[in-house]
Write a protein that binds this ligand. Structure first.
Ligand code: ATP
Ligand code: MG
Length: 389
């Protein structure tokens, strides 16, 4: 039984209730690759109603998550498995399809996007591969099922999905037919919603190395369609070459030359993402030439994590940046030792003056290098208080 190899608890129970079902799409692809499988999707020739009844008989909870297009979710423990009745396309409009149910496995595979995503597998581990997906997976060839231009015109999202899967499974030169079709059909990207574009772009930019995919997006003319206000591919490539973390926000911050406000509106970023983008675009203050005092001053203001992020985006060809990051990570964050109540204890009545004195003292502490201790700071605070009196 293949479920031991996949290692996702619960799939054996689904197969016991639905022996004719097969796992399909990404789960087959990643099982064959020996990669961990996150989501397991099933396909079945049974109607959604029959599927629900069978699962109910097996005491498996079901939710009709997408009944209209044939998908129900089976809930086992904390996991949800999508089980979809085999389908074929009746009509497409560049994004959505009108589908009909079928009991023909090959028809269902034929409406999937890429050969490596079009395989299915039964419980005994038999792989059904109608379009040469195993061989493509082995050699790293990402290929549309059927005629590339036709498949793109059915659903323009497939252009971005091509780049997404290329980052993960593509090796060497891309499929020439796919690239020609993408170039020809690229304007269809305008049909996609901003949310869709951003969710795909984010996946592309989360890959270990999105460099080749981004270069292809540029040469096919797709990149300027999704980031029309300007891009700096060199800046992204530098970030990749330095080995910066695979953070999609950091990468888009380098790739796009647009200001965060406009970029956020264009791609409909979430509030959290927008905040990150603004932060990433704040000026960097630390370079490899930074002294220990400058380092402590920076850490007094900002957390190490933030400062390190800034160094990735500011890094240039000069040496010393990795060492700078080590220094930032290994320097304890200086904490200004005085609080308002310490000033009050010296006899200053609580009020705005306390804040003023605290600020002056903190500024002195920073100027001095963030190393003065409590007593030294309190002495200084008393001096400021006298001067204010
Ligand atoms: P991931 O591991 O990234 O989730 P996945 O293969 O599971 O990869 P999904 O986007 O979850 O990708 O889609 C599941 C399957 O559904 C795909 O493998 C593919 O067979 C099919 N599919 C999804 N979106 C499309 C599409 N726009 N056009 C054609 N087939 C699609
Ligand atoms: Mg998936």
């Amino acid at each position: 039984m293949i479920e031991e190899r996949i290692g996702v608890p619960g799939i054996g129970r689904i197969w016991a209730a639905l022996p004719e079902a097969r796992i399909a799409g990404g789960a087959v692809r990643d099982t064959l690759r020996g990669l961990p499988v996150a989501d397991v999707d099933f396909a079945t020739p049974l109607s959604p109603e029959t599927t629900m009844r069978r699962l109910a008989d097996a005491k498996i909870k079901t939710v009709p998550t997408g009944l209209a297009h044939g998908t129900i979710s089976a809930i086992i423990g904390r996991r949800a498995f999508e089980i979809t009745t085999l389908r074929r396309d009746i009509e497409t409009d560049g994004r959505h399809a009108v589908v009909a149910f079928t009991d023909n496995w090959r028809e269902d595979a034929a409406r999937r996007d890429f050969t490596i995503n079009a395989m299915s597998m039964t419980r005994d581990g038999t792989v059904f591969d109608y379009f040469g997906g195993q061989e493509d997976l082995r050699v790293g060839r990402l290929r549309f099922v059927g005629d590339a231009a036709t498949r793109i015109a059915e659903d323009y999202l497939r252009i971005l999905r091509f780049f997404r899967f290329f980052t993960r499974y593509g090796k060497g030169n891309p499929d020439a037919e796919a690239i020609a079709a993408i170039t020809k059909c690229r304007d269809g990207i305008r049909k996609l919603s901003a949310e869709r574009i951003w969710s795909e772009l984010k996946l592309i930019l989360s890959a270990a190395d999105p460099g080749a995919a981004i270069a292809l997006m540029q040469s096919t003319g797709v990149l300027p369609l999704i980031l029309p206000e300007g891009t700096d591919v060199q800046a992204l490539n530098r970030l990749l070459a330095y080995g910066a973390p695979a953070d999609p926000l950091m990468r888009i911050s380098a790739l796009s030359t647009e200001n965060p406000k406009n970029l956020g509106a264009r791609l409909k970023l979430s509030v959290n993402e927008l905040v990150k983008l603004f932060v990433y675009r704040l000026p960097n203050r630390l370079t490899p030439a930074a002294t220990d005092v400058q380092l402590r001053r920076a850490l007094a203001e900002d957390a190490a994590e933030f400062l390190i992020t800034k160094t990735w985006l500011a890094q240039t060809g000069e040496p010393g940046w990795p060492e700078l990051r080590d220094r930032i990570a290994n320097t304890p964050r200086p904490i200004f030792p005085l609080q308002g109540r310490d000033i009050v204890k010296t006899g200053i009545p609580a009020g705005p003056l306390v804040g003023d004195i605290l600020n002056l003292t903190r500024r002195w502490w920073k100027f001095q290098g963030c190393s003065a201790d409590f007593d030294m700071c309190l002495e200084k605070a008393k001096l400021f208080a006298e001067r204010k009196a």
